[in-house]
Design a binder for this molecule. Structure first.
Ligand code: AMP
Ligand code: MG
Length: 317
């Protein structure tokens, strides 16, 4: 793997977007802001460039990538956009909803992006900066979270630098991300919706917008590889549903459980999602063996938070 002196450039600086596009055209990686977490982007039509994402992250090859597009029209070049898919895009794009659709064969998506699947995951990020980069490149960018595989997702340019310094030439700094957790992923097959990963857009939101039920993930219907048990792991061990600190622990609070630091003292789930990864990073800096985390209600965005926490607490290899 080539090594770089990684530059961090303000996304609002003159020439920042052109510099990012230039790197992507040259087949290099650029870390870009989105509303969810920072992404590690490559030109999705350039297989050699996409392979660099896997090398930089140490990501298992069977875990496919999400392609980021400007809008529904760009998506339609690469996937079959059914009428249900179009209504999802109309309701939630740009925004934190990824849609898995039948891939158009021969549309040029690099084979490494999809890890051999006949479907492609697409999303339009709610970041003007990143949508401008995609528009100027006039190609989708494949972009997983910009962190070493299995570790905490990055919600700031500094987080990206900490995890990937030297493995890419350029990080665009667009400030701290808003949503704070990765996109909701929904699969569409035979005009039925399946939840593949919970996020800030909930099944109820999707049903309200489309009038359609959202089914639980069905492995026989849609393959969603790469949903690994252990993921989002801080350095310390993680203990869930803790209401008190035990010896050797730092306690992350929520609502009435104050803790040493809190996801949201007022018990607000969106605020907790926004703070989740940063709070886990902060907790790690206390140097305790274990991070204990207060219970988070398993409703609305809380379902996505608990999904991430369960993976953070899962046994590691
Ligand atoms: P990440 O980019 O790290 O947030 O992970 C993206 C996730 O999207 C992967 O873990 C996959 O589970 C999911 N994904 C990407 N492409 C597909 C696809 N074609 N079919 C099903 N799931 C997908
Ligand atoms: Mg990730």
């Amino acid at each position: 793997m080539a090594t770089f002196k990684t530059q961090v450039v303000s996304a609002h600086e003159d020439g920042a977007i052109s510099a990012a596009v230039q790197q992507l055209v040259a087949g290099e990686l650029v870390a870009v802001p989105t509303e969810t977490v920072y992404g590690l982007a490559a030109d999705a039509l350039n297989d050699a460039a996409v392979q660099k994402i896997y090398a930089a992250k140490g990501r298992p090859a069977h875990n496919p990538l999400i392609c980021h597009v400007t809008d529904a029209d760009m998506a339609a070049r690469y996937v079959a956009v059914t009428s249900l898919a179009r209504s999802l895009m109309g309701a939630f794009w740009p925004g934190p909803l990824t849609i898995v659709l039948p891939r158009r064969a021969d549309a040029g998506i690099a084979p490494t992006v999809t890890a051999g699947l006949d479907t492609l995951a697409v999303r339009s990020p709610d970041s003007d900066i990143t949508r401008k980069i995609i528009a100027k490149l006039d190609r989708p960018i494949a972009a997983p979270s910009a962190n070493p595989s299995g570790k905490l997702s990055p919600t700031s340019a500094a987080d990206v630098l900490e995890g990937l310094s030297g493995r890419l030439p350029l990080i665009l700094d667009g400030g701290r991300t808003g949503v704070g957790i990765e996109s909701t992923i929904v699969g569409v097959r035979d005009e039925k919706l399946y939840l593949l990963r919970p996020g800030s857009i909930t099944p109820d939101d999707i049903t309200a917008a489309t009038g359609q039920p959202v089914y639980a993930r069905d492995d026989s219907t849609i393959t969603a590889p790469g949903q690994l048990a252990s993921h989002y792991a801080p350095t310390a061990a993680v203990r869930l549903n803790a209401t008190e600190r035990q010896a050797g622990e730092i306690l992350i609070g929520f609502g009435d459980v104050a803790g040493d630091i809190s996801l949201s003292a007022s018990g607000n789930l969106s605020e907790a999602a926004h703070n989740l990864f940063e709070t886990l990073r902060k907790a790690d800096t206390f140097g305790q063996d274990t991070i204990a985390v207060a219970p988070v209600p398993n409703e609305g965005v809380g379902i996505a938070i608990n999904d991430r926490l369960a993976r953070a607490a899962a046994p590691r290899d």
